[in-house]
Design a protein around this ligand. Structure first.
Ligand SMILES: Nc1ncnc2c1ncn2[C@@H]1O[C@H](COP(=O)(O)OP(=O)(O)OP(=O)(O)O)[C@@H](O)[C@H]1O
Ligand SMILES: [Mg+2]
Length: 316
């Protein structure tokens, strides 16, 4: 007999939420597996916070269900709260408290025994790289450090699933990278993590799976690479010619292996019809047609561009 597959960390079916007669989330079917570092991508107003608030039991769905490690978020909200750590997009910190006091307070809220609390607090501080600041007043921490403290707070009861709503927003590039490194480490420690963002390049490198939502609807869910395949039929090649760019564009447009040609400033953007077509085709067409090619480079479609194509920039 084979072992039963492990429970998904999160499974939603037909999950919907209305605010009055406005539908913010519509029929979301999503599976997040245990151990995933899952990117939850959407532009402003797409429904990310609404979804994360439902998963963290703060908001009830209007229809559908969400199951977290086998527990229903509505009927078994208490059980769900024990296995999740939710970091909202905006959270207040008590600026006059010391870092350790603050975490100790939340440890007490989760009924961690006093004897065990000191070690727990020191462990989570170490995880988020704040050990040196344990005696500091929270108000004296930088923004990035306060975000990391927020993360330490949701780790205090050792949850299996972290729901992080734009944890890197407002951070400078270095603080962002540090935050992402901490998330990687947490994944290595066996946590399942859902992180929302509209900054895609940072999720592309760390997440093993992503979903894209737009106007409350799921557009894509799966591996990062798959999102590209879904929207890109072929490779993109950039060409630069010495003169007469318009003529070069016309030449390229006549070739059946070339799907799309357009001018972007002083470069020509060429989308090949298939992934198999070699980019040297572009050089051949141009040189044979008498154009003076000065530069040719191939680029992979960035997740940012994929996102723009998939969502068409729609926000609400
Ligand atoms: N309490 C509310 N009452 C009415 N409408 C709401 C409420 N909360 C959210 N909405 C609407 O629901 C939609 C989804 O909002 P949500 O906050 O989930 O989006 P988001 O993806 O988190 O956006 P952002 O990137 O700006 O944080 C938006 O159109 C928003 O205006
Ligand atoms: Mg939000």
């Amino acid at each position: 007999m084979t072992d039963a597959p492990p429970l998904p960390a999160v499974q939603t079916s037909g999950l919907s939420r209305n605010y009055g007669n406005f539908t913010a989330l519509s029929g979301l079917n999503l599976t997040v597996n245990q151990g995933d570092l899952f990117g939850f991508i959407g532009s402003n107003g797409a429904g990310k916070t609404t979804t994360l608030r439902i998963l963290s039991t703060f908001l009830t769905p209007s229809a559908g269900a969400a199951i977290i490690f086998g527990h229903d978020v509505v009927r078994e909200a208490d059980a769900v709260r024990h296995v999740i750590g939710y970091m909202p997009d905006f959270f207040g910190v008590y600026k006059d408290m010391e870092v350790t006091e603050y975490l100790d307070f939340f440890g007490a809220c989760y009924r961690i025994p006093t004897a065990k609390r000191e070690k727990t607090v020191s462990d989570v501080l170490e995880l988020v790289g704040l050990s040196e600041k344990k005696g500091s007043l929270i108000g004296a921490l930088s923004r990035g450090m306060q975000q990391r403290l927020g993360l330490a707070r949701v780790l205090i009861h050792d949850p299996r699933l972290l729901l992080l709503d734009e944890p890197a927003s407002g951070l400078d590039p270095r603080a962002r990278i540090e935050m992402m490194e901490i998330l990687r480490e947490l994944q290595r420690l066996g946590k399942t993590i859902i992180i929302s963002s509209h900054i895609l390049s940072e999720l592309e490198t760390i997440c093993n799976r992503v979903c894209i939502i737009e106007r409350g609807q799921l557009i894509y869910s799966g591996p990062v690479q798959g999102v590209r395949d879904q929207v890109s039929s072929g490779k993109v090649v950039w060409a630069r010619v010495a003169s007469d760019q318009d003529k070069a564009i016309e030449l390229l447009k006549t070739n059946p292996l070339i799907a799309e040609v357009s001018a972007v400033d002083h470069e020509i953007k060429v989308t090949l019809a298939t992934e198999q077509t070699d980019h040297s085709l572009v050089a051949d067409v141009l040189v044979r047609g008498g154009a003076k090619l000065i530069e040719l480079r191939e680029d992979e479609i960035g997740l940012e561009e994929v996102f723009m194509r998939v969502t068409k920039g729609e926000t609400q």
